[in-house]
Design a protein around this ligand. Structure first.
Ligand code: BMP
Length: 249
């Protein structure tokens, strides 16, 4: 099971940092080499690797499966596919099965697609394979506020911000975690209140996007998702190691 796997690695490496592998290079073989070198150098300082659609576009799934996912798996590091799935059921299901069967341990999806003929197929693909689904609940970019903070009134219940409805859906659908931007510690606190102590909150947006890692953790983030602050640092291993301190009391 994905949640058990990431917890085990987090405890083994004393790290709750998910590496966002967003590095770029116009040359595919150099990109692959940079990616694997980065993973090797930070392997003991992180608890998972997140891969974005940009890397899939550059390298393709078979190549990523044979190299990056294989390496992560040899190092016992879970891999998360940041697909932000948001389509109708049959294509969502196809994408989820493709990612899982390529070796990814979890997929990120957008709850805005809804359940019926939306994310139902994604959850089914994950459940039958023991994989994880993380749901976007509040994005880290400034423009996210226009939608996620919008107040909405469901047919049953009182009016509240959209992100609160999304956090409730994550519980109802039994997601394995929610993604909430580190740039919004108040939102992290509110989501933590709504989802209780055990659902993991994955928080991107520290460093380059202005979020403060310690504040995010104090507000209730379980894991930090970090890209540029690690891979663009002069010493990525040290940069990744420094994030461990953010979780210390
Ligand atoms: P960086 O640490 O370089 O800002 O990268 C953040 C990573 O988290 C990127 O991979 C981005 O796609 C992802 N992310 C984000 O920044 N904000 C969100 O709300 C959701 C994300 O998945």
């Amino acid at each position: 099971m994905f949640d058990e796997k990431i917890r085990t690695v987090a405890s083994r490496n004393h790290s709750r940092t998910v590496l966002a592998l967003d590095i770029e290079d116009p040359d595919p073989s150099r990109l692959l080499e940079k990616s694997t070198r980065l993973i090797q150098s930070v392997k003991d300082e992180i608890c998972a690797v997140k891969i974005n659609r940009q890397l899939i576009l550059a390298l393709g799934i078979p190549s990523i499966a044979d190299t990056i996912i294989k390496l992560a798996s040899d190092l016992n590091l879970p891999t998360i596919m940041d697909a932000k799935l948001n389509d109708v059921g049959h294509t969502n299901g196809f994408m989820a099965r493709t990612f899982f069967d390529a070796g990814f341990d979890a997929v990120i999806a957008s709850p805005v697609a809804g359940w019926e003929n939306g994310l139902d197929t994604v959850f089914e693909a994950a459940r039958s394979r023991g994989k994880g689904i993380l749901l976007l609940t509040y994005m880290s970019n400034p423009g996210a506020e226009a939608f996620y903070s919008l107040r909405a009134k469901p047919s049953e219940g009182t009016e509240r911000p959209v992100f609160e409805l999304l956090a409730e859906l994550a519980m109802e659908w039994r997601a394995h975690g929610v993604v909430v931007g580190a740039t919004k510690p108040d939102v992290i606190s509110r989501v933590r209140q709504l989802v209780g102590p055990s659902l993991p909150i994955y928080s991107p947006g520290v460093g380059a996007q202005g979020g403060d890692a310690r504040r995010a953790v104090r507000a209730g983030a379980t894991y930090l998702i970090v890209g540029r602050a690690i891979y663009a640092a002069s010493d990525p291993k040290n940069a990744a190691r420094a994030f461990k301190m953010e979780f210390e009391p």
